[in-house]
Design a protein around this ligand. Structure first.
Ligand SMILES: Cc1cc2nc3c(=O)[nH]c(=O)nc-3n(C[C@H](O)[C@H](O)[C@H](O)COP(=O)(O)OP(=O)(O)OC[C@H]3O[C@@H](n4cnc5c(N)ncnc54)[C@H](O)[C@@H]3O)c2cc1C
Ligand code: SF4
Length: 553
């Protein structure tokens, strides 16, 4: 349908996809440079959430290194990041107990002191306001679908999603065609497993020289706790129980703001047991005394989930292509052992912006911004990610207990002897690690109690997730027969469990089974796109403004 449609076109110098920390930092930096040099540069940021921050889900303990560079007086302004870290704990849990790891055993880069706890969504709302004040055009509620290609394959901009297309793919009476937004450079900042980023990486072979990207699923709840239990600045991370030694992941728990506690759980998506249910592992984790004690007497006020990148330095694809660049977690600058990526997302956005600004000033357009990857190589992003590059491969090879020990030693070695060259590869993409159902034990989970532990549907309800019913399903099956004919007999169709929003169900219809997709529940975490063992599911953006409506996440 779209090729034949007449589209309105808007021209900009720079088009940015995604109003997360990477996209907004790039937009702000472009306008700062223009003001410093007395030049004009037009910048637009497109965001699929109903407002900036609505689709942002993070921990978050934030390293201020990027904010200090971008907005040096952010502490004096009314920024929402106002809880400095005061106490930093790490436990390896057993079922009822666990051992604490003293912070002096960890390399200095693992320390959270000097960082701030807050909501990354609220920080993005604030950054969005800063960007608009500088003259950036920020448009939420806009899903970006394809890129616009020039005659030589260069990227010349993007097309926003058509609105008012019916379930059957045909225009309804509310049909409004998407707009073409052209730019001299198009900067992609969609976060982990972005749909445009995935398509560009595949089409342009941007990952030809890097290892496979690795991912985790992060689930999070926001709790309001009694004032007497609130310890602003308290940070706790755990590994171990309830996951077995072969399954990587762990919990995080942060006290911040007005009696708020962010509690969450990450499961590395290279887990191998198809019966594993990340949402239920999270619920189980909360029953551990080390976590439960912080939540008892409190009330859960929000829920959400989002994939995160875990591949680190050796999984970063080529960052530039004619006409554009990948920034933030679209490329994968997350530091996994620190569970921190927002500072590197912002720093990468600033570096891409500086390269784009210089190119535009030199009269260039639609070519390769080589200055960006060059600057990245000598940036703090590279220094930081190189130090931890072997940690995730060690966890994957040796399991949690031994892997954490070896990872710690490797981080110390790379901190003291930064010239050490050994880099361990990621052995396979996450979907390839699933074992056949007959070779593993099913996992039994307790029923939720509705006080500390919950079911998925009541959780999705408080994520504010909403999708217009009359639109094409945004979870595409390459081969619709695979879920029932292949995934079910081989893997007990794991989509029923790894999806944190119960989008996928196998339902009985008379004497046959049907794979049902409840697309309206989708919280846009992208886990299915990563973990389906047959790589049969493609997540594409639904209509702009649909999806979760996270507040303070
Ligand atoms: C559970 C969890 C805990 C974490 N904890 C921490 C922490 O404590 N500290 C820390 O520093 N980092 C943490 N991270 C990582 C951090 O959140 C990411 O590194 C960071 O959000 C990446 O920023 P980004 O701008 O690249 O992408 P994102 O923050 O994901 O933002 C991307 C934006 O682009 C939009 N978008 C995507 N595709 C499209 C499209 N096609 N059209 C229009 N809009 C689009 C999205 O809606 C979103 O708003 C955590 C992540 C998770 C999941
Ligand atoms: S359908 Fe996919 S992207 Fe949506 S919530 Fe489920 S796993 Fe996440």
């Amino acid at each position: 349908m779209d090729e034949q449609v007449e589209r309105e076109t808007m021209e900009f110098d720079v088009v940015i996809v995604g109003a997360g920390p990477a996209g907004l930092a790039a937009a702000i930096r472009l306008k700062q440079l223009a003001a410093e040099k007395g030049k004009e540069v037009s910048v637009v940021v497109l965001e699929k959430g109903s407002e900036v921050g609505a689709h942002i889900l993070s921990g978050a303990v934030i390293d201020p290194i990027a904010l200090d560079k971008l907005i040096p007086d952010w502490r004096e302004q009314d920024s929402p990041l106002d809880t400095p870290v005061t106490e930093d704990r790490f436990y390896y849990l057993s079922k009822a107990g666990g051992i604490g790891l003293p912070t002096f055993t960890m390399p200095p880069l693992m320390s959270n002191h000097g960082c701030y706890i807050g909501s990354l969504g609220s920080l993005c709302r604030w950054l969005g306001e800063q960007a608009e004040a500088l003259g950036v055009e920020v448009y939420p509620g806009i899903s970006v679908t394809p890129t616009i290609e020039g005659d030589n394959g260069e990227i010349k901009g993007v097309i926003t999603g058509d609105m008012g297309v019916g379930r059957d793919g045909k225009p309804t009476e509310n049909y409004t065609p998407g707009i073409a937004l052209t730019g001299k450079y198009t900067l992609i900042a969609e976060g982990a497993r972005g749909s445009l980023s995935k398509a560009l990486i595949r089409k342009l072979g941007l990952d030809a020289d890097s290892g496979p990207q690795k991912f985790g699923i992060g689930l999070k709840e926001l709790w309001e706790v009694p004032a007497e239990k609130h310890k602003p600045g308290f940070v706790q991370h755990t590994m171990g129980w309830p996951l077995d030694d072969r399954t990587g992941g762990g919990s995080f728990l942060y006290h911040f703001g007005d009696n708020l506690v962010a509690v969450g759980f990450v499961v590395h998506l290279d887990y191998d047991n198809p019966y594993l249910h990340p949402f239920k592992e999270f619920q189980r984790a909360k029953t551990h005394p080390r976590i439960r004690e912080h939540l008892e007497g409190g009330k859960r006020i929000s829920y959400g989930a989002r994939a995160l990148t875990e591949g680190g330095w050796q999984a970063i694809p080529r960052l530039v292509f004619p006409g554009g660049a990948l920034m933030g977690c679209s490329a994968g600058f997350m530091n996994v052992p620190r569970i921190k990526g927002s500072h590197n997302a912002m720093l990468s956005g600033m570096l891409a912006a500086e390269a784009a600004f210089d190119a535009i000033q030199a009269g260039r357009a639609h070519d390769v911004l080589d200055a960006y990857p060059a600057a990245l190589q000598s940036s703090s992003i590279a220094t930081e990610l190189k130090k931890v590059r072997n940690v995730k491969p060690l966890w994957s090879r040796f399991g949690t207990r031994l892997g954490v020990m070896l990872g710690g030693i490797d981080m110390w070695l790379n901190t003291i002897f930064p010239f050490l060259g050994h880099t361990l590869k990621h052995l396979k993409p996450d979907f390839a690690s699933m074992r056949k159902k007959d070779t593993v034990e099913p996992i039994q989970y307790d029923k939720p109690d509705g006080v500390l532990t919950f079911d998925i549907l009541s959780s999705v309800f408080i994520s504010g997730t909403n999708h217009k019913e009359d639109q094409p399903v945004h979870l595409l099956l390459t081969d619709p027969s695979i879920p029932i004919e292949k995934n079910l007999p081989e893997y007990a169709e794991p989509a029923q469990r790894y999806c944190p929003a119960m989008v996928y169900e196998v339902v009985e219809e008379g004497d046959r089974l049907r794979f049902q997709i409840n697309a309206q529940n989708c919280v846009h975490c992208k886990t299915c796109d990563v973990k389906d063992p047959a790589q049969n599911i493609t997540w594409v953006p639904p209509e702009g403004g649909d999806g979760p409506n996270y507040v303070n996440m």
